[in-house]
Each structure stands twice: as C-alpha cells, then as structure tokens.
Design a binder for this molecule. Structure first.
Ligand SMILES: Cc1cc2nc3c(=O)[nH]c(=O)nc-3n(C[C@H](O)[C@H](O)[C@H](O)COP(=O)(O)OP(=O)(O)OC[C@H]3O[C@@H](n4cnc5c(N)ncnc54)[C@H](O)[C@@H]3O)c2cc1C
Length: 400
C-alpha cells in the first residue's frame, strides 16, 4: 500500500483524498482550519451562509461523481412560484423576460467561439453591443469578475451557456454546502483517510507524493514558486436577513453591470429562523472600486427587488472576496495555460486556479482527480523515493 499526503481539506483536497483512498492508497490529509470545507464551509448559527452565493451545477463532472457515491444528499429545489420571481435589472428597471440577445448567445454552439477575442467584441458582432453587454454582465453569476466582456470569448461563452440553461443547472444542497462536505468527510473517514484539522503544513513532506490542494496563493508560498499565479475576480459579498414579506424577488441579476442577489430561503427554509429570509449577493468590483462601491450597488438592487428591506433588516454582514472565486481566462488563454497540476518531484496541485477544465469548483474537482491519479502512479513508481528527504519529521505542523 503506498502513501499519499494531501494538504488542504476543501472540496479539492477531499476529492483527491477519496479518489486516492478508493484506489487503495493510505492517505493523510492536513487542514489548517478547525473544520473541513475551505470555501465550501457553511456558517454555524442562525444564518446558514455559504461564503457568498453558492450553487452546485448539475452539468459538471463532479455532479456525476458525487451522485454515484451518494454524497450530494438532499437538495432544496426552487419552487416554481419562487423561480418565476427571478428579475433582471436592465436600463435601470426590473424586468421578467431576458433580452433576446442573451438567449441567442446562450444557444450558440461553443465550438467556434474564439479564444483569442474578448467576449464583448465577439458577442457584439452577433447580437449588437447592448445585447452583448447584458449577456456579459449576466455571466458574472458564474465568474465573479467586474468586466466579463474583457475576458476570452470562449471562456465567458461557456459560463453563459451553463448559467442560462433551461431547466437550470444550479442546484442547492439543503442546509448549505457543508452538508456535501460532511458526507465527503464521512466517506473519506470510512475509506481510512487520516484527517488532521488545525494542522497547517509549512514544509512539504518528501517521503510521499503530495497533493497541494490549497488556494493558489497558499500553494505559491508553500511550494515557493512565484510563477504560481492566475487571474481571478474581486467581489463585494453581502449577507442580509430580513423579515419575510410576500412578493420579494427570488433573485435579481444585474444586466446593467455585473452583480447577483439571491434570496436563498426561497428554496431552503432551513437557512434562517422562522419569519426571516436570508439574502446573499455578490457585486464584482474593479481594482479602482472599494467594498463600499459594491455595497452601494447591492443596495440599489435590493431597493428594487426587496421593497422595504431596510426597515425589515435584522442582520447583515459585508466582505470582499479577492482571488477566491476561481480562475478567469483572458483573451488568448485557456485553462491549459494555468499552473499545471504536475509540479515535478512528486508534488501535484489541485484547486480552482489550476490547469483543469470546468466552471468554479469543477476546476478544483477536475484538478483533484488528475492530481490523485498522477500521485497514485508516482507512488507505484520511483518518483517520491528519488526526492531528497531533508528531515526526519518531514511535516512541520503548527497546531494553532
Ligand atoms: C463568493 C463565492 C461564491 C462561489 N460560488 C460558487 C458556486 O456557486 N458554485 C461553485 O461551484 N463554486 C463556487 N465558488 C467556488 C468554490 O467555493 C471553490 O471553487 C471551491 O470551494 C474551492 O475548493 P478548494 O478545495 O480548491 O479550495 P479551498 O476551499 O480554498 O480549500 C483549501 C483548503 O486548504 C486549507 N489550507 C490552506 N493552506 C494550508 C496549509 N498550509 N496547510 C493545511 N491546510 C491549508 C484551507 O484552510 C482550506 O480549507 C464560489 C466561491 C466564492 C468565494
């Protein structure tokens, strides 16, 4: 039986650990935080918030993999009436019907969408500039960037197609993503994975293949490789609990500028106390904008979709997610150009800014499967033994 070390106990780390353990490896996973889950954690307490609005897309490879292992658990479907309360903010007003341009672009086959051209230029040639801008802003729901139109047309088009699909791909684990993480942790446990929490790794082990399943920023520091960088978004997050009012919007998608606000209790009553609604929003901001700019835009959307929300508000929290919302690809680049999974010497990267296909957490999932497969092959071969072992205690753990 060969041994594999996984650093990081988020979605990627757990996926890698389960994959390696299913193949018979003896896996040890180290997580710096006191709970597993990383960005897929759900807050404890009366308001069960994820870190920003989170949906599990059913068109991705993780969906099949999780389903096969019964790891998704109960879902919270959006009731039809609530679904009909999706509003689109266009030309300063809320509307129910999406612009034709958005539907047209969403239906276009992806094969001929160029990588080298920016989305706005490409889409304008097909539907005109106003429609192209609205479609670009709509994709912010799945790419969290302040200027989606400036990114690679192929990259943005894939997200537009996924986010505009009917029936919708977005699904919601009841009780938040933590329930999926808990099921994954139980599966890992049953497979014999040793999981240590409050165990920050400062030095990579040299006697086993190691999968670094942290954020790319943390991996850069851990591996000591300054080339480990890739673009990501910066977005203001707003979490809000309000007293219930009939007729509130289910979600407001901003088509005048990137932004998304969603009332998660519309589909899952367990997320807030009785009589209250939990609303989460994300407003991407440019490098020149502040959190306050994002909050101000969020409040304008709230005014339109949730009348009287200020008087009804019982709890609220704001933050900025910087580089935490996955990779974005500029014109001329694809996921293949991102930092490679195989770093040499038995070290493998997994995460959502790594060279793997997919949308958001699907990149973490796909890279984790690749990393585990390579680590298993390395464990059977000679690569890790060839790495110099400089310490008798290869992992330096700071137990916080
Ligand atoms: C606002 C927001 C909204 C999102 N919405 C969606 C969505 O709707 N759908 C979707 O699919 N995805 C969404 N995502 C993306 C998704 O959350 C991430 O892609 C996914 O959770 C990343 O998982 P990961 O395991 O790669 O990284 P992480 O979750 O960051 O896990 C890395 C783990 O490594 C640990 N760690 C770091 N350094 C060390 C160390 N030195 N030693 C030990 N442990 C360490 C960290 O504590 C962390 O637990 C969203 C993200 C954000 C921020």
């Amino acid at each position: 039986m060969h041994r594999i070390t996984v650093v990081g106990g988020g979605f990627a780390g757990l996926t890698a650990a389960i994959t390696a353990a299913e193949a018979g490896a003896k896996v040890t996973l180290y997580e710096a935080h006191h709970t597993l889950g990383g960005r897929a954690r759900t807050a404890e307490g009366p308001y069960r918030t994820n870190e920003g609005p989170h949906a599990l897309y059913s068109g991705g490879p993780h969906w099949t993999w999780l389903t096969q292992r019964d790891l998704i658990g109960p879902l919270a479907p959006v009731p039809l009436l609530e679904g009909s309360r999706l509003r689109l903010h266009l030309d300063g007003a809320l509307r129910r019907v999406p612009p034709l341009a958005l539907l047209k672009l969403g239906r276009r086959k992806p094969e001929h969408t160029p990588v080298d051209t920016d989305f706005l230029t490409w889409a304008t040639a097909h539907v005109g500039e106003a429609g192209a801008r609205a479609a670009a802003n709509y994709t912010a729901v799945a790419l969290f960037h302040h200027d989606p139109g400036s990114l690679s047309a192929a990259f943005v088009h894939e997200r537009l197609r996924r986010a505009a699909k009917l029936p919708p791909e977005a699904h919601y684990p009841r009780g938040g993503w933590a329930n999926v993480i808990d099921r994954m942790a139980a599966r890992a446990w049953n497979l014999g994975v040793r999981m240590e929490t409050l165990a920050r790794v400062d030095t990579l082990p040299t006697d086993t293949p190691v999968i670094v399943a942290t954020s790319l920023d943390a991996a850069r520091r851990l591996i000591g490789d300054p080339s480990l960088t890739w673009d990501s978004g910066r977005t203001t997050l707003i979490d809000l609990a309000v007293r219930t009012r009939r007729g509130d919007a289910f979600a407001v998608s901003d088509l005048d500028a990137p932004g998304w606000i969603e009332r998660f209790t519309a589909q899952d009553r367990t997320l807030a106390p009785h009589g209250q609604q939990l609303i989460q929003g994300q407003i991407p901001i440019s490098p020149a904008e502040s959190k306050a700019d994002g909050v101000a835009r969020a409040e304008r959307l709230l005014d339109l979709g949730f009348p009287g929300w200020r008087e009804r508000a019982v709890w609220r929290r704001e933050s900025v997610a910087h580089g935490r919302t996955g990779a974005v690809d500029r014109p001329g680049t694809t996921w293949r150009d991102r930092p490679a999974v195989d770093r040499g010497d038995g070290v493998y990267l997994a995460g959502d800014q790594v060279a793997a296909p997919g949308v958001l957490s699907e990149v973490s999932f796909n890279s984790a499967i690749t990393a585990a497969t390579l680590a298993l092959a390395a464990g059977r071969g000679s690569t890790p033994a060839a790495r110099p072992s400089t310490s008798t205690t290869p992992i330096d753990l700071n137990h916080a």
